[in-house]
Design a protein around this ligand. Structure first.
Ligand SMILES: Cc1cc2nc3c(=O)[nH]c(=O)nc-3n(C[C@H](O)[C@H](O)[C@H](O)COP(=O)(O)OP(=O)(O)OC[C@H]3O[C@@H](n4cnc5c(N)ncnc54)[C@H](O)[C@@H]3O)c2cc1C
Length: 497
C-alpha cells in the first residue's frame, strides 16, 4: 500500500503466487531480502499441472524448507510412469528409483491437487518472511527506458498503487500481461500444437501396486490421454488431441469427452465404473490450447521471467512445475548474487538463462522423438541419452531426464545440500574423535594435541569426507564453459575455484 501517495519500495516484487513465484520469493527472502509477492486471485484457486517430478519435491522444496509440510499433506506418491505408447502393444513402466540420483528415499514425487499444493507453497513463502498479498493484480511495470524499476497494481477494493523494486519477477503464468515488457516475444512451437480437454472422475480404476500412484499415459489414434490418481478416489483425466483434429473437442465438451474416451479402449476400461465429477472446482470440463512456447529472452535489466511466463512444452512428461520451480531457483540465485554485489548482473543472468534454456531444450528435443509412436520404448531411452549427452545407460538417462535431474545439479537430486552433508559428515567425524578421547585412550591424547598430528588429521578428515561424499565434495562443476557454479547453500552463484 502506498503511504501518503508515495510509492513503496522492495528489493524484489514477484508477480504471481503459483509454484514459480512462491519458490522464487522464498529463496530470495531466505537471503534476508525484502520480497513482496502480488497474487491476483484469492487462494486456494484451481490450476492444472498435477503430476510432479522428484526434482521439485526432493530438490527444490527441500531447499525452500517446505518438503516436510508437503510430506504431511498426504498427496499420492508417484513412483514413476506407465505408458501405453510406441510400437509395444503392452503398457510399459519406469520407476524413478532406476536413476542413482533419485534412488532410495527420494525415488518418488507427488500427484497433487494444485489448489492445495500451491496454497502450501504460498503459505510457506509467507512463513519465510515474504510479504504475500492476494487479490492484488499487477497492471503494468515501471519502465524508465533502461531498466524495469517496479510495478503498478490494483487490489480487490479497486485501490491502485505502485511498488519500486530492484527486480520485478514475472511468474504470472501463461496468461502473463507483462512478459513483453522484458523486450521478448513468445515463439509458439510448430511441432507441439495440440489441444487438451480435461475433467475429473470419482472411483476410477487403479493400476496394481506398486504402480497405483503412477501417471498413466495412453496413446490412441487422435492423440493421448493422461490419467493421474490424485487420491484413492479422485482421478484427473485429460485428452490431448492433435491440432488438425481440433474439431473433435469443439462443440459440446460432454459429448467430446465421452467420444474421445470411447476411442481409447484402455481409458474406457479404467473409467468403466467411474462417475465424472460435476460440482465444485472439478465440476467443469476445461480446454487448453497454445501452451507450448518459449520466449526469445528470459530477462532484461530489472526484470526476469520464470515458469509459464517464460516457457512451457507439452505436458506428457509433467515438466511444467519442474521448469517453473527450477527456473525460480536459477533466477533466485542470480538475484541473490547481484543484490549481494557478488556477481555482475549480466554474468549472473546469463547463467540463469543458459541453464533454464538447457533444461527446456532437453525436454523439448526429447519430446519431439517421443512423439514418434512407431518405435519401441528402447528407442526413447536411447534418445534421452543422446539429448542429454549422458554417459549412463539408456534407461538411466531417460529416467534422469524425466525425473528432472539430468542437469546433474546436486541441489535437485540430493537429500541434503552440500554444506548440510559436509557439516553432518564432519560432525560425525569430530564426534568419533571425541569418542576416542572420551574412551580414555589416554596414550593418544598428547599425540592428538601436537600440531603436526592435528594437520595430518585435518587432511585425513578432508580425505575421509571426500570418500564419503564422492566426487561432489567440490561444488558442482560449471554446466557451461567459463560459467558459474551454485554456492554451497544452493541460493546464489559463485565463481568456480
Ligand atoms: C494441459 C496441461 C497439462 C499440464 N499438466 C502438467 C503436469 O501434469 N505436471 C506439471 O508439472 N505441469 C503440467 N502443466 C503445466 C503447469 O500447469 C504449469 O507449468 C505450471 O502451473 C506453471 O507454474 P507457474 O508458477 O509458472 O504459473 P501458474 O501456476 O499459472 O501461476 C501463476 C499465478 O499468477 C497469478 N497471476 C496471473 N496474472 C497476474 C497478475 N497480473 N498479477 C498478479 N498475479 C497474477 C495467477 O493467478 C496464478 O496464481 C500442464 C499444462 C497444461 C496446459
Amino acid at each position: 500500500m502506498s503511504i501518503n501517495g508515495l510509492s513503496e519500495e522492495a528489493d524484489v516484487v514477484v508477480v504471481g503466487g503459483g509454484p514459480g513465484g512462491s519458490t522464487l520469493a522464498t529463496l530470495v527472502a531466505m537471503r534476508g531480502h525484502h520480497v513482496v509477492l502480488l497474487e491476483k486471485e484469492k487462494f486456494p484457486r484451481y490450476q492444472i499441472g498435477e503430476s510432479l517430478l522428484p526434482s521439485t519435491v526432493h530438490g527444490i522444496c527441500r531447499l525452500t524448507g517446505v518438503a516436510d509440510e508437503l510430506a504431511k499433506a498426504g498427496f499420492t506418491k508417484k513412483r514413476g510412469g506407465t505408458f501405453r505408447w510406441g510400437a509395444t502393444p503392452e503398457p510399459w513402466t519406469f520407476a524413478f528409483s532406476v536413476s542413482p540420483k533419485m534412488a532410495g528415499e527420494t525415488s518418488y514425487a507427488y500427484q497433487v491437487e494444485r489448489s492445495r499444493f500451491d496454497q502450501i507453497l504460498l503459505d510457506h513463502a509467507r512463513h519465510m518472511g515474504v510479504d504475500v498479498r492476494e487479490q492484488h493484480a499487477v497492471t503494468d511495470v515501471i519502465d524508465d527506458g533502461g531498466r524495469i524499476r517496479g510495478v503498478s497494481y490494483r487490489d480487490e477494493t479497486g485501490h491502485e498503487g505502485t511498488i519500486q523494486a530492484t527486480y520485478v519477477v514475472d511468474a504470472s503464468g501463461n496468461k502473463s500481461r507483462i512478459y513483453r515488457r522484458a523486450g521478448t516475444t513468445r515463439q509458439y512451437s510448430e511441432f507441439f500444437r495440440s489441444l487438451a480437454l480435461f475433467g475429473y472422475f470419482e472411483d476410477a480404476k487403479r493400476m496394481p501396486e506398486p504402480n497405483s500412484g503412477n501417471i498413466l499415459c495412453v496413446a490412441f489414434a487422435s492423440g493421448w490421454f493422461w490419467y493421474i490418481p490424485l487420491s484413492p478416489t479422485l482421478t484427473s483425466v485429460g485428452a490431448v488431441v492433435r491440432s488438425e483434429l481440433a474439431g473433435k473437442i469443439q462443440g459440446d465438451p460432454e459429448e467430446a469427452m465421452a467420444s474421445l474416451i470411447a476411442e481409447c479402449p484402455m481409458i474406457s476400461d479404467y473409467l468403466r465404473n467411474a462417475r465424472r465429477v460435476t460440482d465444485g472446482q472439478y465440476g467443469e470440463l476445461r480446454v487448453r490450447k497454445d501452451y507450448s512456447y518459449a520466449n526469445t529472452k528470459f530477462w532484461r535489466p530489472g526484470m526476469v521471467l520464470v515458469g509459464d511466463a517464460a516457457c512451457f512444452v507439452d505436458p506428457v512428461f509433467s515438466s511444467g512445475v519442474h521448469l517453473a520451480t527450477y527456473g525460480a531457483l536459477l533466477a533466485a540465485r542470480s538475484i541473490n548474487s547481484v543484490l549481494a554485489q557478488a556477481i555482475d548482473e549480466e554474468t549472473a543472468f546469463r547463467e540463469f538463462e543458459q541453464r533454464y534454456r538447457r533444461e527446456y531444450g532437453v525436454f523439448y528435443e526429447f519430446l519431439v522423438s517421443f512423439y514418434d509412436v512407431h518405435v519401441e520404448e528402447d528407442s526413447y531411452f536411447w534418445s534421452a541419452k543422446k539429448v542429454t549427452d549422458s554417459t549412463s545407460s539408456d534407461l538411466e538417462s531417460f529416467v534422469s531426464l524425466v525425473g528432472g535431474v539430468s542437469s546433474g545439479e546436486s541441489a535437485l537430486a540430493a537429500t541434503q545440500t552440500l554444506t548440510e552433508r559436509y557439516k553432518n559428515r564432519s560432525g560425525e567425524f569430530a564426534a568419533a574423535v571425541d569418542q576416542v578421547i572420551a574412551n580414555k585412550e589416554q596414550s593418544m591424547v598428547p599425540l592428538m594435541r601436537s600440531s603436526i598430528v592435528k594437520q595430518a588429521m585435518q587432511e585425513g578428515a578432508k580425505e575421509q569426507v571426500r570418500v564419503l561424499l564422492g566426487p561432489d565434495l567440490e561444488l558442482d562443476p560449471p554446466l557451461f564453459k567459463g560459467g558459474l557454479v551454485a554456492s554451497p547453500d544452493g541460493l546464489a552463484w559463485s565463481r568456480p575455484g
